[in-house]
Design a binder for this molecule. Structure first.
Ligand code: NAD
Length: 329
């Protein structure tokens, strides 16, 4: 995809492939080798394949693939994970949600990515386990700034999701949100929802949402749910951004071990992540739009992978679907 964009638009991209996750554990014993970190730091953008799988899922293992991904997000300082969710009209039938509820769905989840329970101290003994969830005010403020600026550039609506009726971190999250939005973004309409209610509203009135901001674990879970609005987990891309233009781009899905090796995975999430890379890290907006439009046109003309094929539609392989998108480029 990037080579085609380079040819068409007169750019040159230098690619450097490095290991992370299970493949890195197999080769080096570490889920995030030092040379991978150095290469990522040295790049304008990082495009990541998913990590993990049954081979490395032994609960007693000292090293796990997912540690590599969390560590990479942390070392790159990419605290803001942008996860857009749009419904493509031709794919409504692929969604388990009633078609009339999908009208006008165009939302983006801004997930805090380098704090919260995924990064807190962990403890395990024979009959108990602990995961600590911590948030600092500055971590909440900086993600709110990203989300509020985004809301300002879109429909001006921000929904903050927390669990303030139970969790202390969520009470801090809500107080910080109420204060910051009232003082610095009074033009934005703020709604706050408890995460359990948000999980329901996301399906019962998805078109009402514009920008949703939430903490790490809630964002992880809600976006897998939101992928069902679009029709498949294989459709949703993401961009993880920090204070610089360097970003980390990845599909929101995992390594899909249940279909691994068959050549049937939907490449859309990764292709759309490439578009986000071009837009956010390289400021190549026209090129990003060209990719997004090629994906939409290929789908409009009938290109489907197995996860989004309905009513007897022929499913293309991953390679064939990619060719169909390239043909539109
Ligand atoms: N960012 C990441 O690297 C990431 C994210 C989530 C899970 N994981 C890891 O992936 C492994 C599998 O986890 P899981 O099964 O819970 O989640 P998963 O996202 O890999 O798969 C969930 C379901 O969605 C389907 N799916 C996912 N991507 C698809 C695609 N592109 N096309 C078609 N169908 C697709 C899968 O076949 C599966 O049925 C675990 O080891 C987990 O830790 C990694």
């Amino acid at each position: 995809m990037l080579e085609r964009i380079a040819d068409r638009h007169g750019h040159r991209f230098d690619f450097d492939e490095r290991l992370v996750g299970g493949a890195a554990i197999d080769a080096t014993g570490q889920p995030l080798p030092a040379d991978t970190v150095a290469a990522c730091r040295d790049s304008h953008a990082v495009l990541l394949g998913a990590v993990g799988g049954p081979k490395w899922s032994d609960p007693g293992a000292a090293v796990r693939p997912e540690q590599g991904l969390l560590a990479l997000r942390a070392v790159l300082g990419v605290f803001a994970n942008l996860r857009p969710v749009r419904v493509i009209d031709e794919l409504r039938a692929a969604s388990p949600i009633r078609a009339d509820l999908l009208d006008g769905v165009d939302l983006i989840v801004v997930r805090e990515l380098t704090g919260g329970i995924y990064f807190g101290d962990k403890h395990r003994d024979a009959d108990s386990a602990t995961d600590v969830c911590t948030y600092q005010v500055h971590e909440i403020e900086r993600i709110l700034h990203v989300a509020a600026r985004l809301a300002r550039s879109r429909r001006g609506r921000l929904c903050s999701v927390d669990k303030a009726n139970v969790l202390e971190t969520s009470r801090l999250w809500r107080e910080t949100t109420d204060r910051l939005i009232a003082t610095e973004y009074p033009d934005i309409t703020l709604e706050t929802l408890l995460v359990d209610a948000a999980a329901m509203h996301l399906l019962s009135r998805p078109a009402d949402f514009d920008v949703i901001v939430t903490e790490n674990m809630f964002g992880d879970i809600l976006t897998d749910e939101a992928s069902m609005l679009a029709g498949s987990l294989g459709l949703l891309p993401s961009a993880s951004l920090g204070d610089s233009k360097r970003g980390l781009y990845e599909p929101i899905h995992g390594s899909a071990p249940d279909i691994a090796g068959r050549g049937t995975a939907n490449p859309t999430a990764t292709i759309m992540s490439v578009a986000m890379l071009l837009r956010h890290s390289l400021s190549l907006d026209e090129e990003a739009l060209a990719i997004e439009s090629a994906v939409r046109t290929a789908i409009t003309k009938g290109a489907r992978t197995a996860d989004i094929a309905t009513d007897g539609e022929t499913a293309l392989s991953t390679d064939q679907f990619t060719e169909a998108v390239l043909a539109e480029l």
